[in-house]
Every structure is written in structure tokens, then in C-alpha cells.
Design a protein around this ligand. Sequence first.
Ligand SMILES: Cc1cc2nc3c(=O)[nH]c(=O)nc-3n(C[C@H](O)[C@H](O)[C@H](O)COP(=O)(O)OP(=O)(O)OC[C@H]3O[C@@H](n4cnc5c(N)ncnc54)[C@H](O)[C@@H]3O)c2cc1C
Length: 385
Amino acid sequence: MSERIDVLVIGGGPVGAALALSLQGSPVSVTVLEARSSPAPDPRMLALSYGSKLFLERIRAWQGIHDATPINTIHVSQKGGFGRTVLTAEESGVPSLGYVVSYPDIHRALVSGLDTETYLEGACAGEIDLSEEEGVVDFDYQGQRRRIAAKLVVMADGGKLVEHVKGISLDSREYGQWAIIGQVRTEKPHGNTAYERFTPEGPLALLPCRDGFSLVWTTSPETAREILSLEKEKFLEKLHDHFGGRLGEFVDAGAMSGFPLVLKYATPSVSKHLALIGNASQTLHPVSGQGLNLGLRDVATLSRVVMGAEEIGSGAMLGNYAGMRKMDRESGICFTDSLIRIFSNEISPLRMGRGMALASMDCLPPFRKWFSRKMMFGIRTGSIL
Ligand SMILES: Cc1cc2nc3c(=O)[nH]c(=O)nc-3n(C[C@H](O)[C@H](O)[C@H](O)COP(=O)(O)OP(=O)(O)OC[C@H]3O[C@@H](n4cnc5c(N)ncnc54)[C@H](O)[C@@H]3O)c2cc1C
């Protein structure tokens, strides 16, 4: 059976679901194909910027998130070197710099706003055929092979199918790092402060979360395996050695999981009747928590461009979208990748340079404010949140 709609979204994770929600209620017809039949448990706690919160409020998803811990201060430092800087919500003129929310909570809040005809669970997309007229996608759904034609196919599948799409090339860089994530508690309260500490093995982040912290500890795969096999007491000791005593002792830890880290980005991010958004377009290192925030800015821009288009999926519409996203997207990729290259080594002149950069930033409130606002709202080129 074949039907033709305006927008077909492949992948109903937070980014694909947010696009469908932002188009819902407009004259644009939209269907989402989500391979999973029910949401998988995902241990990720995500730092959403204040800009993302405003966007989620606008599409009425934030109202469905009941467990969000505000980040009012961000403390950035490097292990084994001088220099640190502190960013605050007050200085940036916002109520909070961001909020820590679980992946399942954001996802649920987005999907619950969509009706079951729009969001097809258990629909796994396979072949994508792009022609001058339309995009056609084959998918398996309820034991049947089905096909949908759309004026615009949007890939929001997290990057799984991109390499099979003609005309799109995928660049990638293995970081040789894993992120260990889980919940920890410390002797001292978090006071709504997030910590980003750069170490030669990789950055370590502690995000305020409920009455403790959500930990993102990046290290080599070998060390990660070793850390994941430690008993709780030994784990807490090792974490204390690595992070230091700023928060007193680490007193408790929940179950930990490991994620291998890679940078992947597609070029170009649009093709005939096709746009890539979220992790399908760019999968970043989690340092500074940019991935979903960037993906939601893709959504905010694309939904606006689609709703204002004379012809959905045309070359003009897609060129307009790609142009509006170019600078923010490339800066996000370059910023996170450079942080890892610059901070993940022990060369002493570099350590000194990093210390000076952090110390100078600490002495320049206008620069700090400019920087915080770029992190919260991205680089605006005629768009967005
Ligand atoms: C350890 C870690 C910490 C992070 N911390 C942060 C943070 O603090 N802040 C932040 O902004 N970002 C963070 N990120 C990044 C963030 O998790 C991602 O950017 C975000 O999840 C991307 O969402 P997405 O919807 O594009 O992709 P995904 O979340 O990967 O969703 C893709 C969806 O597509 C579906 N799918 C796949 N293939 C198919 C198919 N063939 N057919 C149909 N459906 C399909 C999948 O089932 C899935 O539901 C972090 C990432 C990691 C690994």
C-alpha cells in the first residue's frame, strides 16, 4: 500500500518526536516511524539549556516533565593545573542556565502529545528512495511490509541509516573514550551547581540531579571496563581521587553504564526531499552537553521553514534550512571536538595555556555572559529558539 504525505520522520527519539509535535496542529501532515515497540530504558540524564526549555514550553512538552533539576551555576576547572571559571544564571540574565532531565522523561513528555496515527511504534524503516518528485520509504509494521511517499523525508534515527543514503557522506572520529554514567551522592549538597572538570583522560561532569549528581566520567575503554567492574567502595574512592575533595566524600553510587564515544557528522545535511536532524545529522561527544540541545535547534528551525514553505521538500526550502543551521551546527561540532583535543593531553605548555584561558575568562564577565548565551541559545542565523 502506498500513500503520500507532507513529512515522514524516520526515528521517534526526542528529536523526531519534537519535530512531529511542533508540526502537529498545522496543515502539514506528518507521520513518525519508530522502530521500538515500547520505550527502551535509557540511563542518560541530559542537561537541557534554558533555550531548549523555552522551545519545549512552546511546543507544550515541558509541561509534561515533572522532574527537572535547575542548573544555576557551572564550575569549570582542569585537573593538575591552575585556572578555573564560573558561569552563573544571574550574570547571564536568565532564571537558570539549564535543567537536568532524564532521557525517558523528555521522551515520554514529547510522545504523549502525539496521537497514535502520527507516531507509529514498532515501525522500522528500511530502504529510502529519493527522486526528483518525492522520497519513498519502505518499512516493516505489524508484520507487514509497507511504503510511504512524502514530500520531505526527515531522518532522526540517531545516525543508523545515514550511511545507506546516496549522496550523503559520513565523517567520523573515534575518541578512544567511553562515558561512564550513573547517579552519585556527595557529602556536600550540590547547590544547583554543575561541575565540568577536564582531565588528561577526558572530561568529568557532575550535573546536579535531585538530591545528588548525575555523573558523566569519560576515560579510555580499558579504564572504563576496570571502573565498571569495581565494588561500590572502591568506585567511590577512585572517583574521589579523580575529582578531588571540593564536594567532600562521595558517599553513594547507583548502577553505572558505559557508552563508547564517537564524533559523526553527515555532509551535506540535506539532499533531494531529505533533511537530517539531531544525532542523524551530528553525533557529538557529550562534553558540555550539546547533542540534544543542538538537535532541538534543528527541529525549531526545520518546523518553521516547513510551515512557511511554498513547496515542502523543494530544493529552495532545503537550501534555506541548511543555510540557517550551518553556522550553529558547525560551531557545535568544532567546539566539542576542540575541547577534547585541547584538554585531553598532558603537554605542559598546553596545560599552562588552558589555565590562562580559564583564568582570563574568569576576569572577563562580558565574555562569560556572551559565552553562556551561545551555549544556551546557539548561534542564531535568522532562526530559532
Ligand atoms: C553519555 C551521554 C550523555 C549525553 N548528555 C547530553 C546532555 O547532557 N545534553 C544534551 O543535549 N545531549 C546529551 N547527549 C546527547 C543526546 O543523548 C543525543 O543528542 C540525543 O539523544 C539525540 O536524540 P535523537 O532523537 O537525535 O536520537 P536518538 O536518541 O538516538 O533516537 C533515535 C530514535 O530513532 C529510532 N530508530 C533508529 N533506527 C530506526 C529505523 N530504522 N526506523 C525507525 N526508527 C529508528 C531509535 O529507536 C530511536 O528511538 C548525551 C549523549 C551521551 C551518549
